[in-house]
Design a binder for this molecule. Structure first.
Ligand SMILES: [Zn+2]
Ligand SMILES: [Zn+2]
Length: 346
């Protein structure tokens, strides 16, 4: 086993370097995984742009969090996995002991452990993640499909939080990889999907994933009225905001029906504020929710969904690049909207 590997190190704002670093050492409960694929994610692009993420990563640090690979080494206490086994590990694990964990809100765990370093030849999976959030990849599932489990778990949780039922009309604002996952998953749940986006390529992708109605905001800059028209004047049963912008947060409230549910899934820039029409919320009994991150139960369920073939990487990943090109990939994703994910092959 070699002692050095290539890894992407994030140093700060728009500053990352792919360079030789020591292969991580592992403890008794840890795994060392040879990364076969790491997927880019909107969060990584945000972190690259800002130079940090208050909760997830403090530079200088190895970078990247959606991965699948093979077990290269395991600590003495690990019995669940074998050498060479294909595995997918989530980017965090909760403590299972704090107030939030005890209340089934492991995504809000006070002592959540985050793990980064997927853009590297090897990554250490710490014991807690090995125990609670790492799975063998079923034989028929590819590394890329498996690596989708982390973002999919967030989307799955976001959709479950809305109480979605078959036949519901679901308006989805924003058709990046996350919005498109909502489209696909809402169809799996038997909903009627109204997909709202600006770019034709994104609307085409939403249609390919089963969206029933498409609204282009390039043509219709205020889409709420059209959502009403498409729903007998009522508004959608569920509206999901997957952009992360105060204006589109407002749209979501404007296009949901009386008694409907809004999920503000997209995180806005720090210190953003929205002002909401209180009588609309009150007299129309609108439920407003937001969701962040995932729980171990959703990671497990997301792997099942991928295993069933309901979600597949071919719909969300449209480029493959070697690790050495990561800086260009990040710059590209930063300056172009409307992209899908890139598979980084270390
Ligand atoms: Zn992600
Ligand atoms: Zn906890």
């Amino acid at each position: 086993m070699k002692s050095q590997m290539m890894a992407a190190v994030l140093y700060g704002k728009e500053h990352l370097q792919v360079e030789p670093v020591a292969v991580p050492e592992i403890d008794r409960g840890d795994l060392l995984v040879r990364v076969q694929v790491a997927l880019t994610c909107g969060t990584d692009v945000k972190v690259f742009q800002r130079g940090y993420h208050a909760r997830m990563i403090v530079p200088p640090a190895v970078f990247g969090h959606e991965l699948a690979g093979d077990v290269m080494a395991r600590g003495a206490d690990v019995t669940r996995f074998t050498l060479g086994e294909r595995v997918v590990a989530a980017n965090s694990a909760p403590c299972e002991e704090c107030y939030f964990c005890q209340h089934g809100q492991q995504n809000l765990c006070e002592d959540i452990l985050f793990n980064n370093g997927a853009y590297a030849e090897y990554i250490r999976i710490p014991a807690r993640i090995v125990e609670r959030n790492t799975y063998a990849i079923p034989e028929h599932v590819s590394y890329q499909d498996a690596a989708l489990v982390e973002p999919l778990a967030c989307v799955l949780r976001g959709l479950e939080e809305t109480g979605i039922r078959p036949g519901d009309s679901v308006a989805i604002i924003g058709l990046g990889p996350i919005g498109l996952m909502f489209v696909r998953l809402a169809k799996v749940y038997g909903a009627r999907v109204i997909a709202i986006g600006r770019r034709k390529t994104q609307l085409d992708r939403a249609a390919a994933m089963g969206a029933d109605e498409l609204i282009s905001t390039a043509v219709l800059p205020q889409p709420a009225g059209m959502v009403r028209q498409l729903t007998h004047g009522r508004g959608a049963d569920i509206a999901i905001e997957a952009v992360g912008n105060p204006e589109t947060w407002h749209w979501a409230v404007d296009m949901v029906r009386r008694g409907g549910t809004v999920n503000f899934f997209g995180g806005c820039p720090n210190e953003s504020r929205v002002s909401l029409d209180t009588s609309l919320l009150h007299y129309s009994e609108i439920t407003c929710k937001a969701s962040f991150h995932h729980t171990p139960a959703h990671i497990r369920k997301a792997l099942d969904i991928v295993g069933n073939g309901d979600i597949s990487a071919k719909d969300f990943v449209n480029r493959e690049e070697p690790l050495t090109n990561l800086l260009e990939v990040m710059r590209h994703l930063m300056s172009h909207n409307g992209h899908l994910k890139t598979a980084i092959i270390p």
